[in-house]
Design a protein around this ligand. Structure first.
Ligand SMILES: C[S@@+](CC[C@H](N)C(=O)[O-])C[C@H]1O[C@@H](n2cnc3c(N)ncnc32)[C@H](O)[C@@H]1O
Length: 244
């Protein structure tokens, strides 16, 4: 019997299909289609093939030497906010939801930001292509909670993806997680605390109340607040690799 169908990245297609939610929502208007086509020509990157290396320095002209990564940027408001305030940082963003990608590209074009590269696809092949310790900060903000127990394996925050991130994150790099789902919060903490390469930065109960100035509200957080929920932030740090 044939094994699971695989795509050129080696990813199991079934796994690709189920990890993220919708790829397209409302049909894009003509103007949005233009933004998407022009924006991807300027900011887009190709999905790396399995085993292919991604040299982040080659993605930016003029050259940029520091890189942050956002997984599942949704409408892109947070990524554009960070890019505008950190012009010395190359922002890499991955998002398979095409309407979200069009949203980010509209922000980038409107604000004339040059320090962003966008993969309109699953973040995992991009992460797998990056060099060790290349990323100084990573964001996974309000990943889909997949509330049913039988769907928990679809959650982005799980051991295999934390391993991926740990490899590409520099010593001391921050990993910022957020969720408005209490069950996913528990799950994130359990997986983070269990992971040998990440350390939770909370210094006490006030960690739940404090919002770092450079951590703006995302669209999903706004929605959660409108609907009477709150969002929980988890700040992790990539532990230093053993020397020698
Ligand atoms: C609930 S939305 C949150 C969007 C945004 N971060 C925010 O806080 O407003 C989660 C997003 O993660 C994206 N996503 C899911 N799996 C992903 C993956 N493997 N790689 C990249 N993005 C993914 C989804 O397409 C969706 O847009």
């Amino acid at each position: 019997m044939a094994g699971p169908e695989t795509d050129p990245t080696g990813a199991d297609l079934e796994n690709r299909r189920i990890l993220y939610g919708r790829r397209q929502g409302r049909r894009l208007r003509t103007g949005q289609q233009t933004v998407l086509a022009e924006g991807l020509a300027r900011y887009g990157m190709e999905r790396p093939d399995a085993g292919a290396r991604v040299d982040p320095a080659a993605l930016f002209q003029p050259a940029i030497r520091r890189y942050w990564l956002e997984v599942g940027f949704g409408g892109g408001e947070h990524l554009a906010w960070q890019a505008a305030r950190n012009p010395e940082v190359g922002m890499l963003g991955a998002e398979p939801f095409v309407n979200g990608v069009a949203g980010l590209l509209a922000h980038l074009q409107r604000d004339g930001l040059a320090n962003v590269r966008v993969l309109p696809d699953d973040a995992r092949p991009l992460i797998d292509g990056l060099p060790d310790a290349a990323i100084e900060r990573a964001f996974v903000l309000h990943p889909d909670p997949w509330p049913k127990a039988r769907h928990h394996k679809r959650r982005f925050v799980q051991r295999s993806n934390l391993d991926r991130l740990a490899r590409v994150m520099a010593d001391g790099a921050e990993l910022r997680l957020a969720t408005d789902d209490l069950d996913y919060l528990d799950w994130m903490l359990e997986h983070a605390l269990d992971h040998p390469h990440f350390e939770w930065q909370a210094r006490g109960p006030e960690a739940w109340r404090e919002r770092p100035e450079d951590w703006p509200v995302t669209r999903y957080e706004e929605k959660a607040v409108r609907e009477g929920r709150r969002s929980w932030r988890i700040l992790l740090r990539r532990r230093a690799r053993p020397s020698g």
